[in-house]
Design a binder for this molecule. Structure first.
Ligand code: PMP
Length: 452
């Protein structure tokens, strides 16, 4: 598929310029060793040396429609020729249409859309809206969560990426969400886990003082912190707690939204409607930066006469909105959400469970759609993780060896702590999914060497 002849010299030049001038995110600058990417198409990308990778990471779980979808590329080109930029205060066709298409698909009465440039900014604004709507300040979020890297969003994040930026966390309180495999509540069944996680959350609300809590924010299905699918009844239970105490319920669907789970939104699996829903990534597969908040009628009404204090120069950028319109239309026309559901049910789910039977390093398989995790362990009986929590350097070597084995087998993995996330584009074909499973099979033999 690679349309380019290998050109290692060009790759070396790209990399040399990168190392000279690009300051990389989340990285020790002296240690980064980025792959120089020459191109991409569909479920694959390739380097300058002639290596092609099956993208089982969807980059940062955003290329739901695959790389270089021709309809989205054409829409960006056409929009660029017509109107590249216009300030957020004007009404412009692609922005109106993107908002309409999103509002049509979001659950319940989430019919107004505030556009942002990405996920963290969506979270920042959802929190601001909730605080202004309620007149309260505290926000509750889960320890096992990721909500973004800007000021409020990183504080809301529960995982260790929060630690270096934890100083401005006024008003943020963390709680434990459900995670039966490593239950914080000593539960042994889904029902127990659900009931106890809800009781715990309600107790946190009681001890914080319900009249001080503006919002509870959750990832509908926890993404980077583990692909944790909530037990049946959990989200409905959180909805009830929010209703009982007048708390704004925010669902963060930045990663789980727009087809990834085999529904337009993960909340659709449980028919739950939040008050605010944050999105980004899959809305236009990241072809141009875009995110946003879908807002309930009640919260939108708060800002009917009172100005909403937020927005950036590029909010609702025409190129981003044009790519969202093209993405959503292509997803609908080509049955891409249905494809994600079908591949999850008939290929990835059964295939990953079959791998778990043969590989002692697989502790748990969980997920749905094209949103799965293999949690790797040293010992299936004790469930000791293959690498310790938040390990780095030598301590993380087993996961490093596993990731290297994936790449050698032609698969680009999404590795986080002791897990590999299996997150191909929603457009992945059955043959590609099987190719990925075969590569994981090969790489898991490397992980198995570290088991007891
Ligand atoms: N929320 C969730 C659930 C995410 O997964 C992410 C990004 N991985 C964010 C928010 C932040 O999005 P962004 O990186 O676009 O700011």
């Amino acid at each position: 598929m690679s349309t380019q002849q290998p050109d290692p010299q060009a790759g070396a030049a790209v990399k040399a310029a990168d190392r000279a001038h690009v300051f990389h995110s989340w990285s020790a600058q002296g240690l980064v060793d980025p792959l120089a990417v020459a191109g991409a198409e569909g479920s694959y990308f390739w380097d300058y040396d002639g290596n092609r990778y099956l993208d089982f990471s969807s980059q940062l779980v955003n290329t739901n429609i695959g790389h270089q979808h021709p309809k989205v590329v054409a829409a960006v080109q056409e929009q660029a020729a017509r109107l590249c930029t216009i300030a957020p205060g004007f009404a412009v066709d692609v922005r109106s249409e993107a908002a309409r298409l999103i509002a049509e698909r979001t659950p319940g009465d989430l019919d107004k859309v505030f556009f942002t440039n990405g996920g963290a900014e969506a979270v920042e604004n959802a929190v601001r809206m909730a605080r202004l709507h309620t007149g309260r300040t505290k926000v509750l979020s889960a320890y096992r969560s990721y909500h973004g890297a800007t000021a409020a969003a990183i504080n809301l994040t529960g995982d260790p990426r929060r630690w270096p930026s934890d100083t401005a966390s006024a008003g943020v309180v963390h709680f434990w969400g459900p995670y039966l495999y490593r239950s914080h509540f000593h539960a042994t069944t889904e029902e127990q886990e659900c009931e106890r996680a809800l009781a715990h959350l309600e107790e946190v609300v009681a001890f914080e003082g319900p009249q001080t809590v503006a919002a509870i924010i959750l990832e509908t299905i926890v993404g980077t912190a583990g692909i944790l699918v909530p037990p049946a009844g959990y989200l409905a239970g959180v909805r009830e707690i929010c209703d009982r105490y007048g708390i704004v319920f925010v669902l963060d669907e930045v990663m789980a939204g727009f087809g990834r789970t085999g529904e337009w939104f993960a909340a659709d699996h449980w028919r739950v409607t939040p008050d605010l829903l944050t999105f980004a990534k899959g809305v236009n597969s990241g072809y141009v930066p875009l995110g946003g908040v879908a807002i309930s009628a009640e919260i939108a009404a708060t800002f009917d006469r009172r100005p909403y204090p937020g927005g950036l120069t590029y909010s609702g950028h025409p190129l981003a909105c044009a790519s969202a319109v093209a993405t959503i239309n292509a997803m609908a026309e080509e049955g891409i959400v249905e494809n994600a559901a079908r591949i999850g049910e008939s290929v990835l789910g059964p295939g990953l469970r079959e791998l778990a039977e043969r590989h002692p390093s697989v502790g748990e398989v969980r997920g749905l759609g094209v949103f799965w995790a293999l949690e790797l362990v040293k010992d299936r009986v004790t469930r000791e993780p293959l690498v310790p929590y938040n390990a780095s350097g030598e301590a993380a070597a087993p996961m490093g060896a596993f990731a290297a084995a994936c790449k050698k087998a032609g698969l680009w993995p999404f590795v986080n702590m002791n897990r590999t996330h299996v997150v191909p584009p929603c457009t992945v074909t059955e043959a590609e999914a099987k190719e990925g499973l075969a590569a994981l099979d090969e790489a898991l033999t490397v992980a198995d060497r570290y088991t007891v």
